[in-house]
Design a protein around this ligand. Structure first.
Ligand code: URP
Ligand code: ZN
Ligand code: ZN
Ligand code: ZN
Length: 483
């Protein structure tokens, strides 16, 4: 059975052109004019693009005394509804737990996925077992390792552990990632704020200013440079962090920054809202920032100093957020966005002229597939690629509302935003998962995507590191000692 997407305009990271796309067995089998097949999807007036890849989600994650409320069922349904056809979720071992053991738990949870998925592995503690298991994780096709420089007392790792893990990543051709906020400073500022009676959600923002992110981002970049490994910085939210990434890239360092759609479109005024629930629902780390930081992030996407747009989808209900009534440090950190990332970025980015359609595809899909070792299976409109596609109607509009979302939580941080640009069809390996706003995907359809280690950037960097490694100076004679 062949499915053909007809009369659309293909938009990739580098090309825009009119052509039909034929799909069979879950893959693209032909791109050209006048293609035919048993099933025809009309793309008149639409753009045919690689489906979105969200490189940063936390589905059913144990965190801050609870579990995030979107699991692989509701979370991946939300993804597809918004044109995202793959997520990369974080497998998170408890301190002391083995990596392969944690992976088993994520394997079980992800059986419900409606779209394809992969994992990053978090390094939440350091020891011989972690060191030994890292190559096994890579053999399973999980080639990126996340480190938290925040969440002191739970997930945070110290600089010596970070350096050890980065060096191990270099050895095995994996990509280290960081949540870059200085956890020591955040902990101290939080305690002081609480002691002074600053207990509300606004104090969450006061406790982690942009400097803590700028400092930690720069530190992680320098440590990665010394370890001879590339670095992926998650949820880059401010100018200070972007500045560190920009400077590093201009120096030839291999660093990628990932702004979230939330930080691009929402600002810190949300935390000053008179309704406690409104503010607490927006508590995430890093927090939403002053508006000038948004300009910096948009400039980064346009100039190429920032590479990917994610959601960090980590959804908690209002009831869960209320764990932190009277103490902001107990508000579970995280916000949703899986269904809204593409429509919000298109509306706030492409429709306004801040980024081009091709840049949109690059930062939501192609760059991610390339960096994460799965291009062109994912992130491409090419013969042989998986038919993970979105047929995008640039004229379709809606008002975002929790009442019509796939996410299991009771609110949406983008509530009331008007978006223009929505999927007409979303295809997951050729299966029409969404048609005209109706989700018709299947639980369990999603497959694990094994990714390749030792990408060209990792190889180049280790070649250079080896070439420039410190070596003893060979001297012809030993000078006589004494006088
Ligand atoms: O607040 C956030 N970002 N929650 C999810 C965990 C993380 O730090 O990425
Ligand atoms: Zn984080
Ligand atoms: Zn500032
Ligand atoms: Zn996260």
């Amino acid at each position: 059975m062949t499915t053909v997407i007809r009369n659309g305009t293909i938009v990739t990271a580098d090309l825009t052109y009119r052509a039909d796309v034929a799909i069979e067995g879950g893959q693209i089998i032909a791109i050209g004019q006048g293609l035919t097949g048993e099933t025809v999807l009309d793309a008149t007036g639409c753009y045919v693009m690689p489906g979105g890849i969200d490189p940063h989600t936390h589905l059913e994650m144990p965190f801050m005394g609870t579990y995030s409320s979107d699991d692989f069922d509701s979370g991946t349904r939300a993804a597809l509804a918004g044109g995202t056809t793959m997520v990369i979720d974080f497998a998170l071992p408890n301190p002391g737990q083995g990596l392969m053991d944690a992976l088993q738990q994520w394997d079980n949870k992800s059986k419900r996925a409606h779209c394809d998925y992969s994992f990053h592995m978090a390094v939440t503690w350091w020891g011989q077992q972690v060191f030994d298991e890292m190559p096994k994780v890579v053999e399973r096709g999980i080639t990126s390792f996340k480190h938290f420089l925040a969440y002191k007392g739970s997930l945070m790792v110290n600089d010596d552990e970070l350096f050890a893990s980065f060096k191990r990543c270099a050895e095995i051709g994996a990509i280290p990632m960081v949540h870059a906020e200085n956890g020591d400073i955040v902990a101290e500022m939080s305690a002081k704020l609480l002691a002074e009676g600053n207990t509300g959600p606004e104090a969450h923002a006061y406790s982690r200013p942009s400097q803590v992110e700028g400092e930690a981002t720069n530190r992680a970049i320098m440590i990665a440079d010394m370890a001879g490994v590339p670095l992926y910085v998650v949820h880059t939210s401010c100018e200070e962090a972007h500045e560190a990434i920009r400077r590093a890239r201009m120096q030839g360092k291999r660093v990628w920054g990932e702004p979230l759609i939330q930080h691009l479109t929402l600002d810190e005024s949300e935390y000053f809202h008179p309704d406690w629930d409104h503010a607490a629902r927006r508590v995430m780390s890093p927090p939403f920032r002053a508006k000038h930081h948004q300009d910096s992030l948009w400039a980064g996407l346009a100039s190429g100093t920032l590479s990917c747009v994610a959601t960090d989808h980590c959804a908690f209900t209002t009831e869960q957020k209320r764990f932190g009534l009277g103490n902001f440090t107990k508000i579970p950190n995280g916000t949703g966005g899986l269904e809204d990332r593409l429509p919000m970025l298109w509306s706030a980015g492409v429709n306004t002229g801040r980024i081009t359609m091709n840049e949109f595809v690059a930062v939501t899909s192609t760059n991610i597939a390339k960096i994460m070792g799965m291009y062109p299976k994912k992130g491409a409109v090419l013969v042989g690629a998986d038919a993970d596609l979105v047929v995008w109607d640039p004229e379709a509009t809606k008002t975002i509302s929790a009442s019509s979302q796939q996410s299991a939580i009771d609110y949406n941080v983008f509530e009331g935003k008007e978006v223009k640009g929505l999927p007409r069809y979303t295809l997951s390996r050729g299966m029409v998962a969404v048609a005209d706003g109706k989700v018709q995907s299947r639980e369990g359809h999603g497959q694990f995507v094994a990714r390749d280690p030792n990408g060209s950037v990792s190889k180049a960097l280790s070649t250079w590191k080896e070439l420039t490694a410190p070596r003893p100076v060979v001297r012809s004679g030993i000078p006589a000692s004494g006088v």
